[in-house]
Design a protein around this ligand. Structure first.
Ligand code: 2AM
Length: 178
C-alpha cells in the first residue's frame, strides 16, 4: 500500500521563487520544486478499505477557498538540524481545512496523529549540516515572504518512497468552493 497524505499544492510561480533558495548550505538535500507541498494530514500506509473510506470522507468536505502566504524560513531539529522549511502565515481557512482533514481521517478509522501539527513546506532534508551553518543561512534568507496565493483545492497524494520525499502521485483532487 502506498503512503498517503493530503496536502495543498504550491503554485509553480512560487515554487520557482522558492527554488532560488536552494544554494549555500552544505549538508542540504534540496527537495525538487515539483514536490513542494503543504501537508494537511499524514496518513501513512493503510489498507485499501481505509484508503477508500478516507477518500470518501474527504469528498464530503465543503469549505471555501482561501488565501495563504509563506512567511520566513526555519529549521526542525535544533542543534541537530534535520529539515529546512518555509513557515505558513496563520490562516483560519487553513485551520478549518486541517480540522476537516483530521475529521475525515477519524471517520475512516485512521489512528490519531502523533505529531503536533505545524503547517510548513519542507525545502530540504539536512544531513550533517552544521547548526551554525544553518543559522547563518537563515540569517541571510530566512526573512523571505511570499505573495498570498489562492488555495482552490487540496489533493490526496501517494508516495511509494518509504523514506519520504517524492515523487508524489495525485490520487484524488478536492475542490474548495469559490
Ligand atoms: P515533512 O516534510 O516535514 O517530513 C510526506 O511524507 C509528507 O507528510 C511530508 O510533508 C511530511 O512532512 C509529512 N508528514 C507528517 N507526518 C509525518 C510522519 N509521521 N511521517 C512522515 N511524514 C510525515
Amino acid at each position: 500500500m502506498p503512503r498517503l497524505f493530503t496536502a495543498i499544492e504550491i503554485p509553480t510561480s512560487l515554487a520557482q521563487r522558492l527554488s532560488l533558495l536552494r544554494a549555500g548550505l552544505s549538508g542540504a538535500r534540496w527537495i525538487d520544486p515539483d514536490n513542494y507541498h503543504l501537508t494537511l494530514r499524514f496518513i501513512g500506509d493503510v489498507d485499501g478499505i481505509t484508503a477508500r473510506d478516507f477518500t470518501h470522507a474527504l469528498g464530503e468536505i465543503d469549505l471555501p477557498s482561501f488565501d495563504l502566504r509563506l512567511e520566513g524560513l526555519d529549521s526542525f531539529g535544533g542543534r541537530k538540524p534535520r529539515a529546512l522549511f518555509a513557515r505558513v502565515a496563520p490562516s483560519e481557512g487553513l485551520e478549518a481545512l486541517r480540522r476537516a482533514n483530521d475529521r475525515a481521517a477519524r471517520e475512516a478509522g485512521v489512528p490519531p496523529e502523533g505529531r503536533n501539527y505545524m503547517p510548513h513546506v519542507t525545502l530540504a532534508r539536512l544531513r550533517g549540516a552544521h547548526p551554525d551553518a544553518v543559522a547563518r543561512y537563515l540569517e541571510g534568507v530566512g526573512w523571505m515572504q511570499s505573495q498570498p496565493f489562492a488555495v482552490e483545492r487540496f489533493v490526496l497524494y501517494s508516495s511509494r518512497n518509504s523514506i519520504g520525499g517524492g515523487p508524489y502521485v495525485i490520487e484524488a483532487e478536492f475542490p474548495l468552493s469559490a
